[in-house]
Design a protein around this ligand. Sequence first.
Ligand code: GDP
Ligand code: MG
Length: 162
Amino acid sequence: MIQKKVCMLGAFAVGKTSLVARFVHGFFSEKYHTTIGVKIDKKLLEVEGKRVGLVVWDLYGEDRFLRVEPFYLRGSAGYLLVADGTRPETLEVAQEMQERASAELGPVPFVLLLNKHDLPWRLEGARVEGLRALGWAVHYTSAKSGEGVEEAFLALARRLLS
Ligand code: GDP
Ligand code: MG
């Protein structure tokens, strides 16, 4: 079986940990996770007839300093970049992180998740279209309702195999 490491990148509280919980374990919790560390989850997927083990790395707790440590990124086949559609400034953070990740990893596949789509939305459609025009794969998600979550992870998995 093919195993692929992917990591979660994005500003604090955009929903990275919640998206992993939704995707891997199928649940949503309102409570904050405050412990500091790296959590590694694994999910088996079948993509175009191939079995893939997606090994998802998530920094949890105090990731507000945007320290994207090389050890965290190292060996990643791709990553999920997350922004919060209720806080447009988190999209800028995501773009900065994308630059850092691509400097570290080279041009590996990634997908952008615009999360919290169940809440009042503040992100302009034009900004999203601008990113799509650059070739970015953009998914609207809600870790709370589950909207788009599976699709976004699968879209990354498909890109990892192609
Ligand atoms: P992280 O710091 O990026 O890992 O963010 P968390 O997963 O810890 O989520 C931060 C807060 O946003 C928590 O209170 C979550 O319950 C909440 N949250 C995460 N995703 C969603 C979502 O899609 N919708 C709503 N309404 N809340 C969310
Ligand atoms: Mg987290």
